[in-house]
Design a protein around this ligand. Structure first.
Ligand code: ATP
Length: 860
């Protein structure tokens, strides 16, 4: 369809200066606010008379930025137009005649400004049908930084291999040391009754139902992973270890596909066609940004030569799934009914203890937090779990940390397991625990794929690697911190049931129930153990692939299930929670009220109260670069381009990075002046939804000399929303990247990006204490109702700056014009449209969003 539109036809030929390629005229504008001219030469090379009936530009650039002049061959100015209007006239084109259209670009901002030129012609013959020729224009204004960050190679997507059943011989490879061999057991369960899925979850059907849901999820994962299979790939010998082969896997850093150390891939030589085909399994020894290092059998290494082509199949890592299957079985075996389906019957009345002095005893200023810690120390909900829930920044993690501290002080024999779904959340727990507890008492257990950053952990210096936690060593520590999945290793390692008197789970809303149960079943005593779950169901939840598993409740965390379906955790008739079981926190100690306003309105019924320290939250209220003093939120509108490079599927947007770097430089220049505090790189966090953008931002941080004045620049955290869940920074910058509407569906399908994901929006926008800067394309983001609220709020409060998208009102003018027109499209489509106002609205709205392909699609 696009080719059809951009093709010359009817004898008319359109060339341009700068020269177009494939219907696209691309050029860079060196200086802002200076005109750049694109010339279109229209020649009738045919034998018939033709009329140019109208031409127009579809775009959203401010009218002052873009206008055209129309000249005939004697260079006389025929017409000067400002675009954003449709031009109707009838220009006679006899054979051999030529005209020139000049389009002048004046860019006021750095960024990427696309437009589509649309010319319509009609042959001068009775009954003839009009036709159109389209040219796309892409104007870009970039700083040297953007040039440095631009694509290293044009994007070339990987070809998806079609599945063909073949007869194979498998040659096993060499796994890395200490890989748990408990992987890839055969898929056993028979998918039985639908009834099992439709009846309510009970202890009786607990394991069966979760086995079934987990298998449904696994089937979908199997289907999804096939999409990443690769054809005709070469591998290289690793320079450091010649026994390993390196394979490029673009997207691996973004879990597309998800590959971890110890996983295995299957490769076969592309030239092998005679069956049975030999398939070599390679074990992943190391995952890098866009490649993996694989250990194969000698048999492959002996025949390996460079440039040898391979077909590659990814396989699913079943380890976390197997642990979840085992956990739900153990839950039944160890009769955890009063923990997972508490009735409250066995709850004893216990006195509230007096708390000992501790680092976080400022919790005394908050009666809910203080009481929660007391109740946890007393074990007042036992054996039922105690839930701590509340919106962002209300001190859930601090309450958990202080409760751990107080429990360990009150009972020297207490042994505590502290878990969270992600490593970053576990690291935060460790960091905060160490404020008040002796580091010798805390043991951080890492999975083998992690870098060590804690002194007391399962890192073996002599082996330069993580080792499985030794039972005797682990049991000596008062507090063990690990992710829920890695907690499964404690069960495998033989830590006895009841060793841990307490299990604390932070960010409990982020894990599916069987994942959470890994840290409980086989570890916690069903009667004497105390489980504490903290989290916020409105923040990031579990990531699942199977629509069927989601439909039947696998997406519900244990925390959320208890809150929704168990009366102990619901408000009683007087509208209050039973505080023996539930603590609801509502005082936000983190952020300025302007930062919280929209999330509070959208997700928390305005219940959230601002309690953050006044000096801290208002630190940036007078910053000279705020669009409005007193409102420490900036939405900086950027007309960027979401690009990809080489064959990585991940996106980046250099125009947004330029703006981020500009703000960072301004923050650096102004720190310590005019009442602003000195800043360290750890005070700032940058959130981006795609791995490539994270990588490019990190590169930009190294590129800008001014920023090297921050000696701890490496500590400036750049990461995904998932990596920021539970975290906070004085200043948070968010780069939304998305600038083309036609990638939005992809975001939804792969569960990436910011759009169409309220929870990600909520987490990203509630991390800042005193300054929040969001950089993005308002026109695209506004299509999402949540973002539309936030952007309108920023505009209304005068926190909006950057590219002027205020022309949207003017669209109404065009829409009304359109509405009155009968538009004849090209002969292929052969339809005349009389647009109604509403139809025109939606058509034009879509036309005006920046994707050229999409606009062309609509035109057709
Ligand atoms: N009672 C309190 N008084 C003063 N500051 C507090 C209090 N409780 C928590 N804080 C501070 O508030 C901030 C947010 O706390 P915390 O990270 O525990 O919140 P959270 O509810 O876990 O947040 P999130 O939902 O984002 O994970 C921290 O800086 C913490 O030190």
């Amino acid at each position: 369809c696009r080719k059809e539109h951009t093709a010359d036809k009817g004898g008319i030929e359109i060339t341009s200066d700068p020269v177009e390629s494939g219907g696209k005229v691309q050029f860079a504008v060196d200086r802002l606010r200076e005109p750049f001219v694109v010339r279109f030469h229209i020649v009738n090379k045919g034998t018939d008379n033709v009329h140019l009936t109208y031409y127009t530009a579809l775009h959203r650039i401010h009218t002052e930025d873009f206008f055209s002049a129309f000249r005939n061959e004697r260079n006389k100015l025929a017409n000067v137009h400002k675009f954003f209007l449709f031009f109707f006239f009838c220009l006679f084109f006899p054979p051999g005649a030529s005209y020139e259209v000049e389009v002048k670009y004046i860019l006021n901002h750095y960024g990427y400004f696309p437009a589509t030129m649309y010319f319509e012609f009609c042959p001068d013959l009775p009954g003839s049908v009009p036709f159109c020729i389209v040219r796309e224009i892409e104007a870009a204004a970039h700083t040297p930084l953007a040039v440095e960050l631009g694509p290293v190679a044009p994007y070339k997507p990987f070809r998806v291999a079609a599945y063909k059943p073949v007869d194979t011989i498998i040659v096993d490879g060499v796994p890395p040391d200490r890989t748990n061999p408990m992987l890839n057991a055969p898929f056993t369960s028979a998918l039985t009754s639908r009834g099992l899925l439709s009846c309510p979850l009970k202890m009786k059907n607990y394991s069966h139902r979760f086995h079934l849901l987990l298998h449904l999820e696994e089937i979908q994962m199997e289907v999804d992973i096939r999409k990443y299979d690769l054809l005709n790939q070469t591998m290289t010998q690793d320079q450091g270890n010649r026994k390993l082969l390196k394979l490029r896997v673009p997207g691996v850093a973004e879990n597309r596909p998800s590959v971890l150390r110890g996983d295995c891939l299957r490769v076969s030589k592309s030239e092998d066609t005679v069956q049975p085909i030999t398939v070599y399994t390679g074990y992943v020894h190391r995952v890098e940004l866009d490649s993996v290092k694989l250990g194969f059998s000698k048999k492959l290494l002996q025949i390996f030569i460079s440039n040898m082509k391979f077909n590659v199949e990814f396989t699913l890592n079943r380890y976390p799934l197997k642990l979840q299957h085992r956990a739900v079985d153990l839950a039944v075996k160890h009769q955890l009914e009063e923990v997972l389906f508490p009735s409250g019957a066995a709850v004893a009345s216990v006195p509230m203890p007096k708390l000992r002095s501790g680092a976080y005893l400022y919790l005394e200023n908050n009666p809910e937090q203080h009481a929660a810690v007391q109740r946890i120390v007393a074990g007042s909900s036992k054996p039922a779990p105690h839930l701590v829930f509340g919106p962002p920044g209300t001190g859930k993690t601090i309450t958990v940390v202080e409760a751990i501290n107080q429990v360990s002080k009150a009972d020297p024999s207490a042994r505590i397991l502290a878990c969270a779904p992600s490593n970053s959340a576990c690291d935060l727990l460790c960091e905060r625990l160490q404020v008040n507890m002796d580091s010798h008492q805390i043991y951080r257990v890492y999975a083998s794929s992690r870098d060590p950053n804690s002194k007391y952990c399962n890192w073996d210096e002599s082996k330069d690697s993580f080792v499985p936690p030794q039972k005797e060593v682990t049991m000596k520590y008062k507090v063990v911190v690990t992710t829920m999945v890695t907690a499964g290793r404690l069960v495998s390692g033989g830590i006895p049931v009841g060793h841990f008197s307490h299990v604390f789970v932070d960010e409990g809303g982020q894990a599916v129930e069987p994942e959470c149960v890994i840290a409980i079943a086989g570890l916690l005593d069903a009667e004497k153990g105390q489980l504490v779950l903290a989290g916020d169901p409105k923040q990031l939840g579990p990531i699942l692939r199977s629509p069927l598993a989601i439909e039947h409740g696998l997406g519900l965390s244990l925390l959320e299930r208890l809150m929704r379906h168990n009366s102990l955790y619901q408000k009683n008739t007087d509208g209050h929670f039973d505080t023996r079981f539930v603590t609801k926190l509502l005082r936000n100690y983190r952020s300025h009220s302007a930062i919280l306003k929209i999330p509070n309105e959208l997700f928390y019924e305005n219940e959230l109260q601002v309690f953050a320290d006044q000096w801290e939250r208002e630190t940036y209220c007078n910053w000279e670069y705020l669009p409005k003093k007193g409102f420490p939120v900036i939405f900086h509108g950027v007309m960027g381009k979401d690009e990809r490079e080489a064959n990585s599927p991940s996106f980046f947007n250099v125009s947004e990075i330029e703006v981020l770097i500009d703000y960072l430089t301004k923050l650096m220049e102004t720190q310590g002046k005019k009442g602003l505090p000195k800043l360290s790189a750890t005070d700032i966090g940058i959130i981006a939804p795609y791995r490539k953008q994270v990588e490019k931002i990190q590169k930009a941080l190294r590129f800008v000399p001014a920023l090297s004045r921050w000696s701890d620049l490496k500590e400036l955290k750049v990461g995904s929303v998932e990596e920021f869940q539970g975290q906070e920074r004085k200043i948070i910058m968010v780069s939304t990247v998305r600038s083309s509407i036609n990638y939005v569906k992809m975001d939804r399908d792969f569960n990436i990006g910011f759009l169409s994901n309220e929870k990600r929006f909520n987490v990203a926008l509630t991390r800042a204490r005193s300054l929040l800067i969001v950089v993005g394309n308002p026109v695209i983001l506004k299509k999402d109702p949540t973002w539309e609220k936030f952007i309108s709020y920023c505009v209304k409060e005068k926190g909006y700056t950057g590219f002027d998208f205020g022309d949207v009102e003017e669209e109404d003018d065009i829409v009304s014009r359109l509405a009155t027109l009968k538009i004849n499209m090209d002969s292929e489509c052969e339809y005349s449209v009389s647009l109604s106002k509403t139809a025109a609205d939606s058509r034009l709205d879509s036309c005006m969003s920046f994707s050229p392909d999409f606009r062309l699609y609509l035109l057709s």
